[in-house]
Write a new protein. Structure first.
Length: 166
């Protein structure tokens, strides 16, 4: 339940949703003041109507949603991936969508990214694919522009960059 997860949860509460969350690096519940309920991943997948992913791509999260996880999901479940494409096993996702293991998917990221133009995900009627532009709000783009300017000014004046790439 990081920064992005908390922002999504805040919006979901506006629709009176019960919010379950799982954090791969968290083993027990930690009160975050969000009203969200920490839930082990298998239980979350069995209970959730909408599964929204907001994790970094690490060795621990790579392929965290694969065949085994899709089998746990409800047939009306919706998978939303705005995290990283590699968090979801693409072959398993295609199978889950084709066989009705889940109802549909909304993807801002894919693996590989971009998908080849002939990839079978494009032909499925129960998937929406965006070209990794989910953060393309005016506010986000304005903040990104200001950050770039701050880095440029710092670089030109010889001071440390406020947001250097590590």
């Amino acid at each position: 339940m990081g920064r992005i997860g908390q922002a999504v949860a805040q919006r979901a509460r506006g629709f009176n949703m019960c919010i379950l969350y799982h954090n791969p690096s968290q083993k027990t519940e930690v009160e975050r003041g969000s009203g969200a309920i920490f839930t082990p991943l298998p239980e979350l997948l069995q209970q959730a109507d909408i599964i929204s992913l907001h994790v970094p791509l690490t060795a621990q999260t790579a392929g965290m949603i694969a065949n085994e996880q899709f089998k746990l999901m409800q047939p009306h479940a919706i998978l939303v991936n705005t995290a990283r494409g590699g968090v979801v096993d693409t072959t398993a996702l295609v199978h889950a969508l084709k066989t009705g293991q889940i109802a549909c998917a909304a993807l801002d990221v894919t693996d590989p990214e971009p998908l080849p133009p002939t990839h079978e995900l494009y032909a499925l009627p129960n998937v929406i694919i965006l070209p990794h532009i989910g953060s393309a709000t005016r506010h986000a783009r304005s903040a990104m522009s200001l950050l770039a300017v701050d880095n440029l000014i710092a670089g030109l004046t010889g001071t440390p960059l406020p947001k250097a790439v590590q």
